[in-house]
Design a protein around this ligand. Structure first.
Ligand code: ARG
Length: 482
């Protein structure tokens, strides 16, 4: 059974819509007070209800709750180290945050309309449970550096998940390549038959881009691995905050250098989204190959029922919907990336509320990449190559024309002349292949088995990295162990 921590960290906890929303004071009130707001001291009236809903990000950022709680615990320990709260106050805060996290994980958290984001909701509830601790927790902190921290914690976790999913898809391609054994197929350029290739070589050609994506994801992890707290709203704090303590609590590799940049920077999101786009584009190309192969015209693979769908109207149809969806969902990735760069373009230093939009794009791209990698893995495992159709396609003599020209070169004919001679035979309809697909492939020393082994090794290495990273968060026992 998945733990609550898993449920929280992997977005399987129930969203706020499934929780009761408490009206903040009964029915239709012409004027709403700013009570419940973190900034209520400055405001006599609350935001218009319609605008409250417009401005709220809770439905999107609730999934950051475990990171927000862990970040708050680390921050509180930093406040303790700085002598800004007592040991007892720290224990109260940790206990309260533990209870809040447990309530959220269990779907028992009661949200209020004034909870405009996850930070507000958690602090509000903590304050109900522990008024003094709730009042002290935000010392030296702003929601601007708080959200930067939450996002960085989320990104590290997302990078580990994506790395695991990339390893799974790449390993599935390697396994399928090995299982394909000596099976050969026509290779294409310009979607015209070019030269025979081992089926395994073609499959592994789709694994290499995924391994490069893993390097992109690793880069995104490094970019996210920086601790922004201490920046405050934008300009630091007069208080003796112990940033290095907070960073150590959360296992961050370094501290942000400039507080204004720390709250404005979303480059680490761009890096992760770029990796997500790259993954989606690569999977769309693999999916397109599967769609082609499954067509009657190619007929290179049969799609087992487990990975195919039918038509509601045409009784004979067996459609490659899964591959088409993987191909089509690249739109989500590109859309998310475009949305985020558009938000960032021309934003004045430092924090602007526009940045709240980053999360919609972030979650869409990460969720999409993870889902498509998993679907691809399942699809690849089920690919059933049709040896007879492949053999028939390999009778196309033209596939061996390059081999014939190279044989002439081996006999001492200059390549350009050899090319010309074979081309003349093809044009005259007189060309005959010097040998068949096995010899053609063998002569080109395409060591598929060695390549498959290397891909598997790399996938195992990636999995090991994803097991060890990111470092565990200081989550309360209520979340960890229940
Ligand atoms: N919900 C906000 C976001 O996602 C958190 C920061 C809000 N800061 C502020 N000054 N209103 O960006």
């Amino acid at each position: 059974m998945p733990s609550h921590r898993d449920a929280l960290l992997h977005g399987r906890s129930s969203g706020p819509r499934r929780h009761a929303v408490e009206p903040s004071g009964g029915g239709l009130m012409p004027f709403r007070s700013a009570r419940g707001k973190l900034y209520s001291g400055r405001f006599a009236e609350g935001l218009l209800p319609e605008l409250e809903r417009f401005a709220s990000s809770l439905s999107v950022d609730l999934r950051l709750a475990p990171f927000d709680v862990a970040g708050s615990i680390a921050h509180a320990r930093g406040l303790r180290a700085a002598g800004l709260i007592t040991e007892e106050q720290l224990r109260g805060i940790e206990r309260g945050l533990g209870r809040v996290a447990a309530e959220i994980a269990a779907g028992e958290f009661r949200f209020q309309e004034t909870d405009e984001d996850v930070h507000t909701a958690i602090e509000r509830r903590l304050t109900e449970l522990d008024p003094d601790g709730g009042a002290r927790l935000h010392t030296g902190r702003s929601r601007n550096d708080q959200i930067a921290l939450d996002l960085r914690l989320y990104c590290r976790e997302a990078c580990a998940r994506l790395t695991r999913a990339l390893a799974g898809a790449a390993a599935a391609l390697a396994d399928r390549a090995v299982a394909a054994g000596r099976l050969v197929m026509p290779g294409y350029t310009h979607l015209q038959r070019a030269q025979p290739v081992p089926v395994g070589l073609h499959l592994l050609a789709h694994a290499q881009p995924l391994l490069r994506d893993a390097a992109r994801v690793r880069h995104a992890y490094q970019a996210a691995d920086e601790m922004p707290l201490g920046a405050g709203a934008l300009a630091g704090s007069t208080l003796p905050l112990r940033r290095e303590v907070v960073a150590a609590e959360l296992g961050f590799g370094r501290l942000s250098a400039n507080p204004m940049d720390a709250v404005a920077d979303r480059d680490f999101l761009l890096d992760l989204l770029h990796a997500g786009v790259s993954i989606a584009i690569h999977l769309s190309r693999l999916a397109e190959d599967v769609v082609l192969w499954a067509s009657s015209e190619f007929g290179f693979v049969r799609l087992p029922d487990r990975v195919a769908t039918g038509s509601s109207l045409m009784p004979q149809k067996k459609n490659p919907d899964v591959a088409e969806l993987i191909r089509g969902r690249s739109g989500r990735a590109l859309g998310g990336y475009t949305a985020l760069v558009t938000v960032l373009k021309g934003l004045p230093m430092a924090y602007d509320r526009d940045l709240q939009e980053d999360k919609v794009a972030l979650f869409a791209v990460v969720d999409n990449a993870e889902a498509c990698l998993e679907a691809t893995r399942l699809l690849v495992e089920e690919l059933d190559f049709d040896a007879e159709r492949l053999a028939a396609a390999l009778e196309d003599q033209g596939l061996y024309a390059t081999d014939a020209a190279e044989r002439l070169v081996a006999e001492g004919v200059p390549f350009r002349r050899a090319h010309h001679r074979v081309a003349g035979q093809v044009r005259a309809g007189e060309f005959r292949a010097p040998w068949g697909p096995e010899r053609s492939v063998q002569l080109r020393r395409l060591d598929v088995a060695a390549q498959a082994r290397a891909v598997r090794r790399e996938a195992a290495r990636l999995r090991r990295w994803a097991e060890a990273n990111p470092p565990p968060l200081p989550l309360p026992d209520t979340v960890r162990s229940r």
